[in-house]
Design a protein around this ligand. Structure first.
Ligand code: AR6
Length: 204
């Protein structure tokens, strides 16, 4: 069989890492969970919405979140003045069972600019986790940002997301997050995360 290195996504290979797979850690693995379902049902501290730059709602998970939260969410979002691609803003959660909503704006996937797309996507995950920490949110659930209307291939989005999540959790502020839940909805994302989770969070 081909050596493992040839099958690993480039996002794993940091500039001076030397090793290909990160070291297995049970305590780290326990802080990441993968579930399939409706993110609006989760009673976590913060859920992360896949929004657009207007922050005024749209289709997909954004629509589901606004519908479940009620019209007050739209009113608060209207006062935020939009959000840049690759970044995020936080609001209250109103009628949702969670405490806060983090509205992240993923990139529209550009197959001619892999690096730019990836920078935008990882920016969403990192900024969302920073906002969670600033807001005292210790449990955070992410939707599969950009993998719907914005066309990001699931098998490229999953490793970028997992890489950013891992980097944050092992970083200086990582201890302020107890649990990151990755919420998949469609089969293609379930399969992508099942494939890549063991590479970024190797089983002990
Ligand atoms: N719970 C969890 N995940 C869901 C749900 C749900 N209830 N509904 C859909 N998904 P998308 P994007 C998944 O298109 O690609 C909107 O119009 C879905 O299977 O919602 O970032 C915004 O306003 C997919 O994996 O977001 C923007 O204009 C993931 O959510 C634009 O779409 C994201 O798909 C953003 O596009």
């Amino acid at each position: 069989p081909a050596p493992a290195s040839t099958t690993l996504p480039p996002t794993l290979l940091g500039p001076n890492t030397g090793t290909l797979l990160p070291p297995p850690s049970k305590t780290l693995n326990d802080r990441v969970a993968l579930i399939r379902g409706d993110i609006t049902q989760l009673a976590v501290d913060a859920i992360v919405n896949a929004a657009n730059r207007s922050l005024l709602g749209g289709g997909g998970v954004d629509e589901a979140i606004h519908r479940a939260a009620g019209p007050q969410l739209y009113l608060e979002c209207r006062g935020l003045g939009g959000c840049a691609t690759g970044s995020a803003k936080m609001t209250a959660a109103y009628n949702l069972p969670c405490q806060r909503v983090i509205h992240a704006v993923g990139p529209v996937y550009n197959s001619f600019d892999h690096e730019g797309s990836e920078r935008g996507l990882t920016g969403c995950y990192t900024r969302s986790l920073e906002l969670a920490v600033e807001g005292g949110c210790r449990t955070v659930a992410f939707s599969a940002i950009s993998t719907g209307v914005y066309g990001y291939p699931s098998r490229e989005a999953a490793p970028a997301a997992l890489s950013a999540i891992r980097k944050f959790l092992v970083g200086p502020e990582g201890g302020k997050i107890d649990k990151v839940v990755v919420v998949t909805f469609e089969r293609k994302d379930v399969e992508a995360y099942n494939e890549f989770l063991p590479l970024y969070f190797p089983p002990v």
